[in-house]
Ligand binder design. Structure first.
Ligand SMILES: *Cc1c(COP(=O)(O)O)cnc(C)c1O
Length: 362
């Protein structure tokens, strides 16, 4: 890590790999000999189309996306997908089922209610979303058009350790905060979406991976930029796509290859998470917020028994170069987001800081 950078534990927007930022800086005024920045290029010109194709190809390769599925780049964040999903997929039955395991899945469920009959297939609200329901807890209606869940709950720090079995009901997943951290069997999903600013790129692009066989049944009033059918048909180019963010995603994907791809990332993230969870398990001061079996490898939520001590921790950690550790207001305490771009040294450094803090404040 260069001397003037901090370890940024923010939940999103979040850290980007330093080599990526350095390459972007080097190419800022003249990208690949074009004599201009990517921000200045025509989205239909050769130079940008090369970047676009390369990014899409690498994403398909890294996530082993089968030919049945297409990648489209959309805008409006993951939040716009909360509306796009029901508009495109709820279809004639007008029924969809949702797992509510945190803040974002709850917002997604509420948004879907505008478009049809929504059933909560399972919920962890009874214990303030500190756990992930088991397969036995999930009840999906036989005539649901799809089942939606969020596989990593960014705010509460819980992560699904299994892919829910839906009995043939199309599976839709919000992977905003753990995409590219772990291999995924894309063929199991009708739709995967993820805002970029947690684990992929700067804010501005949403990656949507869609099974081509499910597009084309959208509600007639679906805005055209939210139609998966049109996005697939126009190869994300119905209007100007978020060119620079797509370019940044491309750089991040190239960096991912240097880390051993998604499989390599999965090893590293497991190691980073273990470093921090080991501190929590050894500690008499820090308490993990999530149940052990449901802990997220991306967002580590913890607290002490005192709000004043939490505040002191966040403040002193920041002074020591461990930035943005304050937890979300609905959980309190602290949250260390350790996405792909967080170097292992960042997790190690924070672990040492936590042990020292405990020794000093006992
Ligand atoms: C951050 C986040 C969102 C919201 O993303 P936006 O891009 O801000 O719309 C949705 N779902 C999950 C899981 C998130 O972490």
């Amino acid at each position: 890590m260069s001397a003037n950078r901090v370890y940024n534990f923010a939940p999103g927007p979040s850290m980007l790999p330093l080599p990526v930022l350095e390459q972007a800086a080097a190419e800022m005024t003249n990208c690949r000999g074009a004599g201009m920045s990517v921000m200045e290029m025509s989205h239909r010109g050769k130079a940008f189309l090369e970047i676009f194709e390369e990014t899409k190809t690498n994403l398909k390769h890294l996530l082993k996306i089968p030919d049945t599925h297409e990648v489209v780049f959309m805008q409006g964040g993951a939040t716009l997908q909360f509306s796009a999903v029901p508009m495109n997929l709820i279809g004639k039955t007008g029924k969809a089922d949702y797992a509510v395991t945190g803040n974002f899945s709850n917002i997604a469920m509420k948004e879907a209610k505008k478009y049809g009959d929504i059933h909560i297939a399972c919920s962890s609200e009874d214990k303030n979303h500190t756990y992930i329901p088991t397969q036995e807890d999930i009840s999906i209606r036989a005539d649901a058009a799809y089942f939606h869940y969020c596989c990593n709950n960014t705010i509460f720090g819980t992560e699904w350790k299994y892919v829910p079995e839906t009995g043939g009901i199309p599976l839709v997943c919000d992977m905003s905060s753990n995409i590219l951290s772990v291999p995924v069997d894309v063929s199991k999903y009708a739709l995967i979406y993820a805002g970029a600013q947690k684990n992929m790129a700067p804010a501005g692009v949403t990656v949507v991976i869609v099974d081509k066989s499910i597009v084309g049944n959208e509600h007639p009033l679906t805005p055209k930029l939210m139609s998966y059918k049109l996005m697939v048909e126009s190869d994300s180019m119905n209007n100007t796509p978020p060119c620079y963010t797509i370019y940044m995603l491309g750089l991040v994907l190239k960096w991912l290859y240097t880390q051993g791809g998604v499989e390599g990332m999965a090893k590293i993230k497991t190691e980073k998470a273990k470093i921090l969870y080991d501190v929590l398990d050894d500690s008499e001061m820090f308490i993990g917020c999530a149940e052990k079996a449901s802990r997220s490898d991306m967002n580590v939520t913890f607290r002490t028994n005192s709000a004043e001590l939490d505040e002191k921790f966040v403040k002193e950690a920041k002074q020591a170069g461990f930035d943005s550790l304050k937890g979300h207001r609905s959980v309190g305490g602290m949250r260390a987001s350790i996405y792909n771009a967080m170097p292992i040294e960042g997790a190690q450094g924070l672990a040492t800081f936590m042990r020292d803090f405990e020794a000093k404040n006992r």
